[in-house]
Design a binder for this molecule. Structure first.
Ligand code: SF4
Length: 612
C-alpha cells in the first residue's frame, strides 16, 4: 500500500450500504489530505441550509498522508462536518490510534451519511463492513464502550465512539478514541444524531510504503534528531501543555471568572510543575516521541480509582480560573467526568461560567438553576452541573445548547456574558491582550478556536501583542500554515522545530508528487483550504457581521491582567479590513472571483456569486 491510498469508504447508514470510491490524485495535489480533502468533499456534497443534526449531514473521518509512516507526531486523525454548535464547516482533530487503523484498512477518508434507524455501530475488518446493533452499548461511557468492542472483536480493535452526551445530542459532544477526543464543535453530536454509537476497526497492520524509501528514512532520522534537541519538545514531554498555564497568566490573558479578569494570584497552585507532581506515567499518540500526555489519578465520580490522560491546558483553564478554582485535583476529576459523558471541556466550562455570572448578576436565580448554589468556585455545584449537562437534565438541558442559544433563550442582557464566537465557546486566551488572536478567532471559519491560526510571534513577545495595526497579513499567514499542518496532519504540540521546507521534503519523498516540492505551493494549498471553508460559510449566509467578538471584549477593559490590564479591542473593523485585503476578499469578507480563479477553485464561483 502506498502512502496515498487513493481510496475512500462511504457508509450509508440509512440503507446499510457501503461503497469504495477512488480519490482522484488531483484532489491530493490541491488539498493534500485530512482537513483539506475533507473540506473539498464536504463543500461538494452538502447543500446550503443542511440541518447539522439531519441525515443529510456528512461526518468525514480522515488521516493525513504522512500518518503511520514512521514520522513522529503525524498520526492524528481529523473529523469534519457541519457543526450543530456553529452552523459552519467544522474540523476537529484527535490523537490516539484510530487514524492509523483507518490507514491500515486502506482508506484516507471515511464519509458517513444517512441515519441508522436504531442505535448502531460499524465494524470494519478484513472481510468488510458490518452494520451492527448497539442497544447493548446505549448509555455507556466511551471507556466502557471501547472495552466491550475489544472484548467482542479482539484486543487489536480500535474504535471512535460517543458517550451519553452524544446520544443525548448535547451540542458539544466529543468523539473519543482511546484516551483522546475530537473535542470541539459537536462532532460527537453529529455522530449521535446519526444513531452511530461507534466505529470500530480491526484489520491487519499494513504499513504505508513511501515513494522514495531511502530518502524518507533519512528524513525520519533528521526529524528525530531535531526533536531530541528541541527545548519545546523537552518541555512538552516533561510537563505537557499544563506548562502553558503560567505563561498565559504572566501575559495577563488567562480568563478568570468568565473573562472578568486576566490573571490569578495563586497561579503556583495550578502550574505545570504542580501538575507534574501528580503525573503517574507518560501518555501519547501513535508514533510520537513527544508524548505530551500524562496519566493522573481520579478521586471522584464514575472514574474514581482509575487514571485519565489529562488535563490539557485548555481543561485547566476551563475547570480552573474560569470558574474561580485553583484546585488541581478538582480539575482532574472534572476532566474525568466530562470524559465519562463525552463532553468538550472548553464548551462545558464556558457554559457553566456563563451560568455562574448570570447568577452573580441576578439574571438567573436559584430556582432557575435546580436550587443549586451558583457561586464562583463551588465545586459541588460545578460537578453537578457537568452531570446535568451530560444527561440533559434540569439547567443542563439549556446549557447543553451552548452559550449562544442559552443566552438567546434567557434574554435580559444575558448575551453580554456569553463568551463565544459564531457559537463556539472561547478557549483559554483572552483576545483583548493579544490583538492577533482577537482577529484570528473573529475570522476563524469554525468560530472561537485557538487552533485556527495561532499568533505565535505575539504570544512569544517577538511582536507587540497590543498593537492593532499590521495584524491582518500575519494572521492570514498563520491561518494558511495551520490549514497546511491540519492537512498533513502535523500535531501542533509535536511539530517542534519543523517548518514548511521540511513539510515539503516529507511530502515529496512520501508521495513522489512534484507539486509538493515548492514550500510556497504548500502555503497556497493552505490558503485554498481556508478560502474554500469560507465559501462554505458564505453560502450559509455568513459575512463580515459574523466575524465579530463577544461584546465584553469590545467594551470592557481587561482587569487584573498584569501587562494586559486596560486592554480591549476598541475597533475590530480596521483589523478585518487588513485581513480581508491580505486574502483577496471583499469588504464583506467574501472571496472575490479573481481569488477563486487564482486558487483554482472556480467551482465555488457559482454558489457564492450572489454574495460578492
Ligand atoms: S505531541 Fe501530544 S498530542 Fe501531539 S501527537 Fe504527540 S502525544 Fe499526541
Amino acid at each position: 500500500m502506498t502512502v496515498l491510498t487513493g481510496k475512500l469508504l462511504r457508509i450509508d447508514l440509512s440503507n446499510k450500504r457501503h461503497f469504495e470510491e477512488e480519490i482522484p490524485v488531483q484532489y491530493y495535489r490541491k488539498f493534500i489530505s485530512a482537513r483539506g480533502l475533507s473540506a473539498k468533499y464536504l463543500y461538494d456534497e452538502l447543500k446550503p441550509g443542511t440541518d447539522p443534526l439531519g441525515s443529510e449531514n456528512r461526518l468525514i473521518l480522515s488521516i493525513g498522508v504522512l500518518g503511520g509512516t514512521g514520522l513522529q507526531g503525524f498520526s492524528k486523525w481529523c473529523v469534519m462536518s457541519k457543526s450543530p454548535l456553529t452552523g459552519t464547516i467544522f474540523r476537529s482533530i484527535s490523537g490516539g490510534n484510530f487514524g492509523t487503523w483507518m490507514k491500515h484498512a486502506g482508506y484516507d477518508l471515511i464519509i458517513i451519511q444517512g441515519k441508522a434507524p436504531d442505535l448502531s455501530y460499524i465494524y470494519l475488518d478484513k472481510s468488510g463492513v458490518h452494520f451492527l446493533g448497539a442497544n447493548h452499548l446505549a448509555g455507556l461511557d466511551p471507556r466502557k464502550t471501547q472495552m466491550i468492542l475489544k472484548e467482542t472483536h479482539g484486543r487489536h480493535t480500535e474504535s471512535a465512539c460517543i458517550g451519553l452526551a452524544g446520544e443525548n445530542h448535547v451540542r458539544y459532544a466529543v468523539i473519543t478514541s482511546g484516551e483522546r477526543t475530537a473535542s470541539r464543535g459537536g462532532m460527537g453530536t453529529v455522530m449521535g444524531a446519526k444513531n452511530l454509537k461507534a466505529f470500530a476497526i480491526n484489520v491487519p497492520v499494513r504499513k504505508p510504503v513511501p515513494f522514495d524509501k531511502g530518502r524518507f528514512k533519512s528524513l525520519i532520522k533528521q526529524q528525530i534528531d531535531i526533536l531530541k534537541a528541541h527545548p519545546r519538545r523537552k518541555n512538552m514531554t516533561t510537563l505537557g501543555t499544563p506548562y502553558i498555564t503560567e505563561v498565559v497568566n504572566g501575559l495577563g490573558i488567562l480568563p478568570v471568572n468568565n473573562f472578568q479578569e486576566g490573571s490569578i494570584r495563586d497561579i503556583q497552585l495550578i502550574s505545570g510543575d504542580e501538575f507534574y507532581q501528580t503525573k503517574r506515567s507518560k501518555a501519547g499518540c501513535y508514533q510520537c516521541m513527544t508524548r505530551c500526555g500524562g496519566m493522573r489519578d481520579v478521586t471522584q465520580g464514575p472514574f474514581q480509582g482509575t487514571q485519565i490522560d489529562g488535563p490539557e491546558y485548555e481543561t485547566i483553564y476551563a475547570f480552573g480560573p474560569l470558574l474561580g478554582i485553583t484546585d488541581k485535583s478538582f480539575t482532574v476529576n472534572a476532566n474525568a467526568l466530562c470524559d465519562y459523558y463525552g463532553l468538550d471541556t472548553i464548551s462545558a466550562g464556558v457554559c457553566i461560567a456563563f451560568a455562574l455570572e448570570l447568577f452573580e448578576r441576578g439574571i438567573i436565580t436559584t430556582p432557575d438553576a435546580d436550587d443549586l448554589d451558583l457561586t464562583w468556585g463551588n465545586q459541588k455545584t460545578i460537578f453537578s452541573m457537568i452531570e446535568r449537562i451530560g444527561s440533559r437534565k434540569g439547567i443542563g438541558k439549556l446549557l447543553g445548547e451552548g452559550v449562544k442559544r442559552a443566552a438567546e433563550r434567557i434574554g435580559n442582557g444575558a448575551d453580554h456574558y456569553a463568551m463565544h464566537i459564531k457559537g463556539l465557546e472561547l478557549p483559554g486566551y483572552d483576545p483583548r491582550g493579544v490583538k492577533g488572536y482577537a482577529l484570528s478567532m473573529a475570522t476563524s471559519n469554525i468560530g472561537g478556536s485557538h487552533m485556527y491560526g495561532r499568533p505565535r510571534e505575539e504570544l512569544s513577545g517577538k511582536v507587540d501583542p497590543f498593537t492593532e495595526k499590521g495584524k491582518g497579513a500575519s494572521i492570514a499567514h498563520v491561518q494558511k500554515e495551520q490549514a497546511l499542518e491540519d492537512s498533513l496532519i502535523a500535531c501542533t504540540f509535536g511539530n517542534s522545530g519543523l517548518d514548511t521546507m521540511l513539510y515539503s521534503q516529507f511530502l515529496t519523498a512520501a508521495t513522489g508528487l512534484k507539486s509538493f516540492e515548492e514550500p510556497d505551493n504548500l502555503l497556497k494549498i493552505g490558503e485554498r483550504i481556508v478560502c474554500l471553508e469560507r465559501c462554505f460559510n458564505v453560502r450559509e449566509g455568513l459575512s463580515r457581521k459574523d466575524d465579530s467578538l463577544p461584546k465584553r471584549l469590545t467594551s470592557e477593559p481587561l482587569k487584573n491582567a498584569g501587562p494586559s490590564t486596560g486592554q480591549m479591542v476598541r475597533d475590530l473593523d480596521p483589523l478585518l479590513d487588513e485581513y480581508y485585503q491580505a486574502l483577496g476578499y471583499t469588504n464583506e469578507g467574501v472571496p472575490t472571483i479573481e481569488k477563486l480563479r487564482e486558487l483554482d477553485i472556480e467551482d465555488a464561483i457559482k454558489s457564492i456569486r450572489n454574495f460578492i
